[in-house]
Design a binder for this molecule. Structure first.
Ligand code: 5AD
Ligand code: SF4
Length: 443
């Protein structure tokens, strides 16, 4: 039984990379922080700077224009950006970087004017006016105010498609509704047209994006209907992020039934304690969440499940924390993003009493993380020996290891020279808590 990965023929044709602009052209560097929404917005900004004749570079030292596309969801994200802005000012004094633009969620926040003054930022963009970058880089002004309609960098093997912006929830801790606004759903026809265009130009993997994608509604249609239509058109489809209150059982069943949908669900739970869920205004109890997971496990037995968890929200007691650890053990997540609560100015939770001491937060954080990892490791072990069709996400590095994804949504390191967007078949040789190893890279 050979472990060598076999290249499969059902690969989409990846488009040629964008042509480089000649030597001496203006240069721009885009740095992205935060979630997939920002990665996607950066794609759009990349299209604009390339259209305006800039060459893209990947270090600040080489850049005339630097665009920081930022995240505001936790304080450490803001601290990181301040660090980068300080570094950029130093480079500016040395005459290297000429212009700095601040985009994304910090740009849309109250903190942006203070940062603009302090760091001499040339352009501040929020999340709803990304198109203003066009004018700044010398392109004709764009009329669109509805950012999902703006083109991204087409022809890539894997593309994001925004189906909604903003969020109608008011979770106690979350700044997103303030900086991204209320939910706006994009019409189904517009989404389908974009998907068709992308697939025609060689995209083999479409990820539907939004803060609460399963809350999508338009013209009497719901998310499940949209997903079905997209999955009929694209060779590989995923979606993120979902909200437990909106997730329909028929969507969970569709994931299991439709062969083009990646069998991976990201369903943030935040806490296992009903008391905390109420305080957070999540709109569901842990029992309802567990039932959703049961439906998912039954409908998609081979699927992977991930979640977001916040530890140390104000008022969190030891008992609340124990409920979270219990829920992690019962649901058996394949991975989880565990966050320490970060107070955001303007949110309800920032004003609440019952701050949890830092040492306690740290211990709870590690306990939740350990529970997640133990489960994930045990689940990954069960994949060892199975033969998988693997979609290559990132091509091989110097040591020949590419990073791919199985149909059940596991991340795999695989030794192959296959390019992003191609498929290989390989046997899983070993597993860690976060990743599987296939083929010759097996430990
Ligand atoms: N503190 C910590 N984590 C947060 N998240 C959102 N806001 C905060 C905050 N103030 C987490 C939630 C959400 C994820 C994107 O970020 O878990 O699901
Ligand atoms: Fe934030 Fe809650 Fe909306 Fe998610 S659902 S973006 S956590 S307010």
């Amino acid at each position: 039984m050979s472990n060598a990965p076999i290249k499969l023929s059902r690969k989409p044709q990846p488009a040629e990379p964008a042509a480089r602009t000649p030597k001496g052209a203006r240069t721009a560097c885009i740095r992205t922080f935060g979630c997939q929404m920002n990665v996607h917005d950066s794609d759009r900004m990349r299209r604009m700077i390339l259209d305006a004749g800039y060459a893209e570079v990947h270090s600040y030292e080489e850049a005339d224009l630097v665009i920081l596309n930022t995240c505001y969801v936790r304080e450490n994200a803001v601290d990181r950006v301040r660090g980068h802005l300080g570094e950029l000012n130093r480079l500016r004094r040395e005459g290297r970087v000429k212009k700095v633009a601040l985009a994304g969620c910090i740009g849309a926040s109250d903190e942006s004017s203070e940062l603009q003054r302090r760091y001499n930022i040339d352009l501040v963009l929020g999340t709803h006016n990304t198109y203003e970058l066009a004018e700044f880089v010398g392109l004709p002004t764009m009329e669109e105010t509805y950012t999902p309609e703006l083109p991204g960098t087409e022809g890539e093997h894997s593309e994001f498609v925004t189906i909604m912006t903003g969020c109608n929830y008011q979770c106690s801790y979350c700044i997103v509704p303030t900086v991204r606004g209320r939910m706006v759903c994009r019409p189904m026809e517009s989404v389908l047209e974009e998907v068709e265009r992308l697939v025609e130009s060689g995209t083999g993997y479409v990820t539907l994006l939004g803060q609460t994608v399963d809350a999508w509604r338009h013209d009497g249609k719901r998310f499940c209907d949209l997903l079905q239509r997209v999955a009929d058109k694209a060779p590989r489809v995923w979606f993120t992020t979902s909200h437990p209150s909106n997730m329909e059982d028929r969507t969970l069943r569709l994931i299991g039934e439709k062969e083009t949908i990646v069998k991976r669900l990201h369903l943030p739970v935040q806490s296992g304690s009903d008391r905390m869920l109420k305080l957070m205004h999540r709109g569901y109890k842990s029992e309802r969440y567990r039932r959703k997971i049961e439906v998912f496990r039954e409908a998609v037995p081979d699927g992977t499940l991930s979640t977001d968890i916040i530890v140390g929200h104000p008022g969190e007691t030891e008992e609340d924390h124990e409920r979270t650890v219990e829920l992690v053990e019962d649901c058996g997540f394949d991975s989880a993003y565990v966050f320490k609560f970060s107070p955001r100015k303007g949110t309800e939770a920032a004003e609440l009493d019952g701050t949890v001491p830092e040492g306690v937060v740290q211990r709870r954080f590690l306990e939740v993380l350990r529970a997640v990892e133990q489960n994930a490791f045990a689940r990954n072990q069960r994949k060892v020996g199975s033969l998988e069709e693997i979609y290559i996400r990132h091509g091989s590095t110097e040591d020949g290891k590419a990073i791919g994804e199985t149909w059940s949504g596991h991340a795999v390191h695989v030794k192959t020279d296959a390019k992003p967007g191609e498929y290989v078949r390989a046997r899983i040789g070993s597993a860690g808590p976060h990743v599987l190893y296939a083929g010759e890279t097996a430990l």
